[in-house]
Structures are given as C-alpha cells and as structure tokens.
Design a protein around this ligand. Structure first.
Ligand code: FAD
Ligand code: DLZ
Length: 509
C-alpha cells in the first residue's frame, strides 16, 4: 500500500480551494471529513446550526469526490464514530498508511490546541497551512496593531481598502471622497417599503436525513428545525448571494440599523453562515458589490457599507481574537455577575423587542446586527449579565457563530468586557434608541416614554443604573461625558427612583 497524505477538512473549511489542498496530488491524498459529538456539543449549538453545518459538509464532500479527490466522510451515527477529531485521525491512521497530515489552521484556539498536539501524539509530520480566505494575515494585523494605543477598526479598514484596492479611485483615494458612509446607514424603515425575501431552500434527501439525525440526537439543544431555510451547497449559496445583490443591496446602506416587528431580514445579506463556513468567498463577494457600484446599480453608501462589514469589521475582529489570546474569553472589565435570564432560551418576555429578537433567533438561528447589538446585547450589558454567559449564548444560537468572530463581537463590542479594545464606549442605550430605530415599542406592553414604575420600559431605568453602577470604570470616558452630565444634573430623588426601579426589575429576572 502506497503511503498517503491525510488532509482533514473541518466544518468551516468548505471552500474548494482551501489552502490545505493547494498543490496536493489527488492520487496520493485522503481527505477526511468528520461529524463529531465533541464539536456539536462543546456548547449547545442551535439545532439548525448543527443541521446546516452537517448538511453543508456532506454536500461539500460529494463535490470534492466529484472533483476526483478520495474523501472519507464520517457521519455522526456511524457505529464506530469516536466522537472527536483526534479520535477520528487516530482511526484514519489505522485504516491507511499515512506519512503526513496537512490541515488548514483552525478558526479557534480550542481546535488549534488539538491540532498542535497531533505531531507528538501520532509521530508523523503535521503541516498547518495559513487560512488564506482572509485579506489580512495574522502578521499583517500584528504589524498594524504594533505600538498603537488604540486599535480602532476604522484605521485598520482603510489599510484593507488600500490592500485590496476596493472602492479606490485611480489616485488611490476613496471613492466619493470619504472612507466611511456610516452616517448614511441609519434610516429607520417604514412598513410601506417593499422588502426583499431571502430564498428558502427546499431540503433534498441528504439534508432531510441530517434534519432527522439532529432532531433525534440534539433534542436538548436550543432552537427549532421547523423553519430550516439554509442553502447547503455552493450553488445554492451563490443563488442567495445573487438574490441579495439584485434585491437587497441597493437599500442595504440606508436601512442597515433599522428594525421592524416580524421582519427578521429587512435588507440584510443573510450570507454570514456561507461566508464563515466557506461556501462563499468574502473577497469575491466584495468585488461583486464594488462592480454593482461602478455599474451604477447600487449607491455608494450601500457598496461601501457592505464592503466595510467584510474587509473592515470581519477582518478586524479576527485580528483581535488571535492577538488577544485564549484568555480573552475570560475578560470581564465591568465585573458583571448576574446569570443570563432564562427568557434568552424560552423567548418568554413581555419586552417586545427582546421577544422579537430572541424568538426569531430560536426559530431561524439568525438575527441581524442591530438586534444582536442593541437589543439582546444591550439588555445583557445594562442588566449586568456575566459576559461569559452572554458569549456562550451567542456562540450557541447563531448559524454564523464561530468563536473567532463571535467572541470579539460579543464580549468586546457588545459587552465592553475587554474594557474598550474594540468599542470606544459601551453600546448601552435606553428605550429611546430602540424606539427611534424600530416599531417595537408601539407593540410593547411597556411605555417607552416612562422612566420608572411598573409600566415603564425596563431599558430606561436599567440604562441609568448601568451608568451609575459603573461610574468608577466608565466615568472618565469622553464619549460618555454627556450622559454622565445628565445623570449628575438629576435631582437626588430622581436618581434614587431610577435606581430603585432598576433594582426592582432586576429582582424579577
Ligand atoms: P449583513 O448585515 O448583511 O452584513 C454583511 C456581512 O458583513 C455579513 O454577512 C458578515 O459576514 C459581515 N459582518 C457584518 N458585521 C460584522 C461584524 N461585526 N463582524 C464580522 N462580520 C460582520 N457575525 C458573524 O459572522 N458571526 C457571529 O458569531 C457574530 N456574532 C455577533 C455577536 C454580536 C453580539 C454582534 C453585535 C454581532 C455579531 N456578528 C457576528 C456580526 C453581525 O451581527 C453578523 O455578521 C450579521 O448579523 C450577519 O447577518 P447578515 O449576513 O445578514 O449581515
Ligand atoms: C460548529 C461545528 C459543529 C457543530 N460540528 C462540526 C463537526 O461535527 N465537524 C466539523 O468538522 N466541524 C464542526 N463544526 C465546525 C467546527 O467547530 C469548526 O471547524 C472549528 O470551530 C474551527 O476551529
């Protein structure tokens, strides 16, 4: 038996040109793909997230086979499934004469630690290839961050624009004269606007088997499979991409921050699960968006707004994740200790905005950015929930959640757990912001204009209580100077009433 090279491909490495395959000889390689309990259960991932990943993995394995690769695919219910990546590598080494292992680096510390152990454990060379699906290498980010007091996304984003040439004119200047059109991305949406709908894909036999398997094996995990809608092949993900480019992108910029009752998708892309697992290529997507702008099909605020999310925020949070190290997940700058309320899993709350964002999440494994940041995230922040518990919830419930992208967004941006590495101030707000950007408050049993009392919107008293509670840590932030001034101008009695109201509400959680 000739000796072979083993190439494990993980569930978020579903790109046909993944770096571990570059230059490899098909006749001399065995690709190994594994559904394992350890990955599906290290947190209780939403059922639809597991189903999406398994279904996409199975379809990708079929694609690779049709391209001439020898693929071994281990299903979760295979009788000898060992339950872990390392166990499956050991089993593959017994089945084949393997002389080396080659794998693209994993997207998180936990799995990288496993992989780094394989060479010693199995006594054969293990090559770890950089993941070249990102614009910035790890070194690019470290070099950019080196010596800087503040690591603001905006400046990193400009570097990424320069590196890719996206939306730059012939002189290398930003199209339209400005780097960032964020201030043109904040319109509230009205019900009268025609909204595009993402495609709901019909499941084939393979996906139906996966749905049955997940329903059977992961019944204790959060979320529902009833509205499973994901694309699970490259072709389907491309169709969803085209739908977004044609129908939603033109207004993506305007309504990026808007929220509407029973409208989970608005003009968002709904592409993050595909970009993060490898079914879509992020840079190719940005180039298509840019092309739509040059063809006069979409305005600059839409094209720039979208490209900023991908080559700006997405690349930036990855850089922060790897730079800050594995202990980032334990940071808790504000020393918040309260347990995550049960309603994050049941969806049962009278606060309409939270009920909307959470129930939609449990149904679809999706919520858009402003729901994540300013509804579920904002509430957890001002209620003083332990950021680690908040992080685990986000990692579980969203189909696009992998630690490298989820953790900095949740713990850093949303919970201020890193003390301001990502956000220059906490994303905390009272009900006023929610009322401005959505129609949620008009459907709510609580009164957004009321600050205290049984009928008052709980976000109001919680917001002031949050500022008062954390004044020693936040009082010196320039960007909070105005709310602190307002707080200090209040009569002592008003302050006390707000704090009592917040305390009474927190007792009910
Ligand atoms: P759109 O709003 O249409 O944006 C377009 C694309 O830009 C997305 O598909 C995504 O690839 C990218 N993008 C936008 N914002 C971000 C961002 N802040 N970080 C990274 N990429 C971004 N995104 C994830 O992909 N995985 C996560 O686990 C995740 N967790 C989050 C947790 C919190 C608390 C917050 C506030 C945000 C989180 N985000 C996460 C970012 C963002 O909410 C999602 O990328 C977005 O909602 C995905 O939906 P969409 O494809 O419709 O995005
Ligand atoms: C998220 C996930 C799940 C639920 N299950 C698997 C799996 O069974 N097999 C697999 O290869 N990947 C899975 N994934 C994605 C991995 O967690 C992801 O590849 C790592 O987090 C990368 O570090």
């Amino acid at each position: 038996m000739a000796k072979k090279n083993l190439i494990p491909i993980l569930g978020d490495q579903l790109s046909s040109n993944i770096s571990s395959l570059h230059g490899q000889d098909r006749s001399n390689s065995v690709i190994l793909m594994m559904e394992v309990t350890e990955e599906a259960s290290y947190v209780k991932h939403h059922k639809a997230k597991i189903a999406y990943i398994f279904a996409a993995m199975r379809h990708h394995a079929a694609d690779l086979t049709s391209q001439g690769w020898q693929v071994e695919y281990i299903k979760l219910d295979d009788p000898d499934n060992s339950g872990s990546f390392t166990g499956e590598i050991a089993a593959a080494l017994e089945r084949h004469k393997i002389e080396s292992i080659r794998i693209t680096e994993a997207g998180e510390w936990r799995v990288m630690a496993m992989i780094e152990n394989w060479q010693d454990r199995f006594g054969i060379p293990v090559t770890i290839c950089p993941d070249d699906r990102f614009v910035a290498t790890h070194q690019d980010f470290y070099d950019w961050a080196e010596g800087k007091k503040q690591l603001r996304m905006e400046f990193f984003y400009r570097e990424m624009r320069r590196k890719t040439g996206l939306l730059l004119d012939e002189e290398g200047k930003p199209e339209g004269g400005k780097w960032n059109y964020d201030s043109d991305n904040r319109k509230p949406a009205g019900r009268d606007l025609m909204m595009p709908r993402p495609i709901r894909f019909r499941s084939d036999d393979e996906t139906r088997h996966v749905l049955e398997l997940v329903a059977d094996r992961f019944s204790e995990h959060p979320g529902s499979l009833n509205q499973f809608h994901f694309a699970v092949t490259h072709e389907e993900a491309m169709r969803q991409k085209r739908r977004f480019l044609d129908e939603a992108l033109p207004q993506f910029g305007d309504y990026q921050d808007a929220m509407l009752t029973d409208e989970p998708f608005l003009w968002h892309a709904i592409l993050s699960p595909y970009v993060n697992s490898g079914l879509l290529d992020p840079l190719e997507l940005c180039r298509e968006v840019e092309e739509r702008y040059y063809d006069g099909k979409v305005p600059l605020n839409a094209a720039e707004g979208f490209i900023r999310q991908i080559i700006g925020w997405r690349e930036y949070v990855r850089g922060i994740y790897w730079r800050e190290g594995p202990d980032y997940a334990q940071r808790n700058f504000l020393e918040a200790k309260r347990d995550l309320p049960e309603f994050y899993y049941s969806g049962e709350t009278d606060m309409h905005c939270l009920s909307q964002a959470i129930n939609q999440t449990l149904d679809l494994a999706y919520a858009h950015h402003i729901q994540r940041l300013m509804i579920t995230g904002n509430f957890a922040l001002i209620a003083g929930i332990d950021p680690h518990q908040v992080h685990l919830w986000y990692l579980e419930v969203y189909a696009d959640a992998y630690e490298w992208v989820e953790l900095p967004n949740t713990l850093g941006m949303s919970q201020f757990g890193d003390g301001g590495i990502i956000a220059s101030k906490p994303y905390a707000s009272s009900g006023n912001y929610i009322n401005k950007m959505s129609d949620y408050c008009t459907h709510c049993r609580f009164e957004v204009k009321q600050r205290t009392g049984d009928d008052a919107c709980p976000f109001n008293a919680l917001y002031w209580d949050f500022l008062a509670r954390n004044e020693d840590k936040l009082g010196k932030l320039n960007r909070l100077a105005m709310p602190y001034r307002t707080w200090h101008k209040m009569e002592g009695e008003d302050q006390q009433e707000l704090r009592h109201s917040a305390a009474a509400f927190l007792q009910t959680l």
